[in-house]
Design a protein around this ligand. Structure first.
Ligand SMILES: Nc1ncnc2c1ncn2[C@@H]1O[C@H](COP(=O)(O)OP(=O)(O)OP(=O)(O)O)[C@@H](O)[C@H]1O
Length: 370
């Protein structure tokens, strides 16, 4: 049976330095939950608090509602996979996987059966007698994963498990990890600084920055409706433009540069007139206008990448932005061409200039945490 993890108001201090100051989140049974954020934001620290390698200076961590703060690591029944594999170099694949099963009072046959089952799941059965130095990085990480899940832990924790692999193998292994997690149905907390990896594998993502959670949501929610400018910039590429909100007979408009005004239907009701805002627009969500309508710019460079063409565009205020267009839409537009850029009102995100928080009316499922 899968378990839930409740993290309630936890605090972590190293000496007199507070790294995490009252952080809360909940992981549902069987969920693939990712902690995503830049280096040093506290992801690993939080993961190590869950498994018990780190002490907890405040708050509670609960498994299925039971507080585990003072339960030692070896009694928490959790499996962990590290960036550097941490498999034993002097043991074969099979011996590595068997290691976690020793001292559990299982018969030889039971151990054999469990190893076979797990090696099949992680697709490494044919290498069972090999030594680790005869395996690729991806294969070694499969062994580490097998060793972590063979004991049927309640929770699987993974700390940047793909960072040491080359780009192609990373994509292959992230698919494998996702499939294996679904097959085994184990509650999983995954740590990465790679936003694409997080989008690819997670049921939900907590975006972290400086020990605080900025947003928790599905990959789609954090990508399409970032709750603040940090999340908007961290997940995918965003162009951030300055603009003003204006109300006009009950209508709410975003005024970009006194030439281009966009009607918005999804702004919060409590917004005051004439508010300075930051608007984030994904590069593929600009439309190069067929008329005079739009934000004015000049093409400074382009890059044809097959399906899409990337344009680097200078706006009138000197700001450079990136615009991606489907290559089928037109021939490559030459450098120096003056263009007008329209935006899709339902796709853009609007933030308060001061608080940097969203001004879009978002659904209830969007969560802020700490
Ligand atoms: N044992 C420790 N003693 C003192 N400070 C620490 C210790 N471990 C981590 N820190 C500090 O805590 C902060 C968070 O570190 P942590 O390793 O959790 O970040 P991270 O988000 O996992 O980053 P990375 O991806 O680089 O590992 C950093 O400022 C780090 O220097």
């Amino acid at each position: 049976m899968s378990v839930s993890i409740d993290i309630e108001n936890v605090v972590k201090r190293y000496g007199d330095k507070t790294i995490i100051d009252g952080l809360s989140l909940m992981v549902s049974p069987g969920e693939f939950f990712t902690l995503l954020g830049p280096s040093g934001c506290g992801k690993t620290t939080l993961l190590r608090m869950i498994i018990g390698f780190n002490t907890i200076e405040g708050g509670e961590i609960k498994i299925n509602g039971n507080v585990i703060n003072n339960i030692p690591v070896n009694k928490r029944n959790m499996g962990m996979v590290f960036q550097n594999y941490a498999i034993f170099p002097h043991m074969s694949v099979k011996e590595n996987v068997a290691f976690g099963l020793k001292n559990r009072g299982l018969s030889k046959q039971e151990i054999e059966d469990k190893i076979k089952e797990i090696l099949d799941i992680v697709k490494i059965d044919e290498y069972k007698d090999r030594m680790p130095d005869k395996l690729s990085g991806g294969q070694q990480q499969r062994v580490a994963l097998a060793r972590a899940i063979v004991i049927h832990p309640q929770v699987l924790l993974m700390d940047e498990p793909l960072s040491n692999l080359d780009a192609k193998l990373r994509v292959e292994m992230r698919n494998a990890i996702k499939n294996i997690q679904q097959q085994v149905g184990i509650t999983t907390v995954y740590v990465t600084h790679d936003q694409e990896e997080a989008l690819a594998v997670s049921d939900r993502i907590a975006v972290m920055h400086e020990g605080k959670i900025q947003q928790i949501g599905t990959p789609r929610q954090v990508f399409e409706r970032p709750l603040n400018v940090f999340v908007s910039n961290f997940i995918g590429v965003s162009n951030i433009l300055e603009a003003n909100i204006e109300t006009n007979g009950g209508e709410r408009n975003i005024n970009f540069d006194n030439n281009y005004i966009v009607k918005m239907d999804n702004l919060r009701d409590d917004i005051k007139d004439d508010l300075k805002v930051l608007v984030s627009v994904r590069p593929h969500e600009f439309i190069i206008s067929k008329n005079e309508e739009g934000i004015k710019g000049i093409i400074k460079g382009s890059m044809f990448l097959g399906l899409n063409t990337h344009y680097f565009v200078a706006l009138e205020d000197g700001k450079e932005i990136e615009v991606i267009q489907n290559s089928d839409l037109s021939d490559i537009i030459p450098n120096g061409t003056r263009i007008n850029l329209e935006v899709k009102p339902n796709k853009i995100n609007v933030f308060d200039c001061n608080s940097q928080k969203t001004l879009i009316q978002v659904g209830e499922k969007h969560e802020y945490a700490s």
